[in-house]
Write a protein that binds this ligand. Structure first.
Ligand code: NAP
Length: 321
């Protein structure tokens, strides 16, 4: 919301886009809709006008109708088990004739083909640039900027918590101390299991394989080893040998038309482009038939995620104008 407000003049003058906020929803605030427009800055502090008794929307469909939404941004918490309720939110948006923009990876892992077909049938956009590497143009690069390439595989570091933890362990901290440090700087959550056990990285690998490699892999088919087993002694020994531990995401096509995908800690030589990436920096190296390409996102903050959503918003609105 802050970025949308900050870019208001740019959107108007450079892209001819005018916008107003007509709805906000979460579990705590419920379904808030006002087709005439809500104050976006007040909305940041949950300052909403009270709907007259019995008129508030009761579900996502009533809410989309009341808001007269042209675009939905879905940024609810990741549910890796079934992608809900985000998938239903996105489906409802597309069915109502709105573009659907998601920061949430769950719906891609669980319902990518269905959402894509629905968007196509409704002549609306289903976009999700911020799901992997935030604002970096990963999904918009294929196929627009790289037509006719064959993506054979990729390698990357896609989880910032584990990269911060491993970087801190190289400074001599234990795993627990390094986790505490990652929590102090606001990278790791109170319960960092999703990151430490490789789930977040595995979900991202699945999203990349499904969308960019066209293989409908299941999350459980991504081999997954987290970093809990990596000891400070191993990290120190690797450094002494000119190597570095990183949680590496990887996928490669197999001869039977499938994809082998994994997330696991690996020792890399310092000369490897992935080994150089410290702290919250993410990196993804694509292996294509014509050349290799590496994208590095340097120390992204939450504004980088917001930018991914904003870029999708511009693409959705301009491409269908
Ligand atoms: N943070 C990042 O840098 C980043 C980067 C890329 C992608 N993402 C993705 O973006 C999404 C949001 O990230 P986040 O860090 O803000 O997650 P978060 O801290 O889990 O917050 C998500 C929001 O979703 C709401 N929510 C959760 N479950 C809901 C439900 N069942 N129905 C309605 N609202 C619900 C929560 O509000 P209530 O508690 O009021 O329900 C909260 O405001 C996630 O899917 C995440 O994977 C985040």
């Amino acid at each position: 919301m802050r970025l949308l407000a900050a870019k208001e003049a740019t959107l108007r003058h450079e892209f001819g886009i005018e916008w107003k906020l007509t709805g906000v929803a979460s579990r705590r605030i419920g379904w808030v809709a006002e087709a005439k427009g809500l104050d976006p800055i007040a909305a940041l502090g949950h300052g909403f006008p009270k709907a007259p008794e019995g008129t508030a929307p009761r579900n996502v469909r009533e809410w989309l109708t009341a808001a007269r939404a042209d675009v939905l941004f879905e940024a609810s918490s990741l549910n890796r088990h079934d992608g809900q309720p985000a998938t239903d939110h996105l489906k409802a948006a597309l069915e109502s004739g709105a573009h659907a923009i998601s920061a949430n990876k769950g719906p891609i892992v669980h319902a990518y083909a269905e959402l894509r077909q629905l968007a196509h049938a409704k002549n609306r956009k289903f976009l999700f640039e911020s799901t992997v590497m935030d604002g970096a143009p990963i999904f918009s690069m294929f196929p627009h900027s790289l037509p006719a390439v064959e993506l054979r595989g990729f390698r990357g570091i896609l989880n910032s918590t584990t990269n911060v933890v491993l970087t801190e362990m190289e400074k001599g901290l234990t795993l627990d101390e390094a986790i505490k440090r990652a929590q102090e700087i606001g990278v790791a959550e109170t319960d960092p299991s999703n990151d430490l056990d490789g789930w977040d990285a595995a979900v991202k690998v699945a999203v990349l394989v499904i969308v960019l490699m066209g293989v409908p892999i299941k999350l459980e088919d991504v081999e997954r080893v987290g970093i809990r087993t990596v000891t400070p002694e191993q990290v120190a020994a690797a450094r002494a040998a000119g190597m570095r531990y990183k949680l590496i995401c990887r996928a490669a096509r197999t001869s039977d038309g499938g994809v082998r995908a994994s997330v696991r800690p690996q020792q890399l030589p310092l000369s490897d482009t992935l080994a150089m990436r410290e702290g919250t920096t993410s990196v993804l190296r694509f292996d294509m038939d014509v050349f290799g390409l590496t994208v590095v996102e340097h120390k992204p903050g939450v504004i980088a995620t917001a930018y991914g959503l904003l870029a999708d918003f511009i693409r959705a609105v301009k491409d269908s104008a």
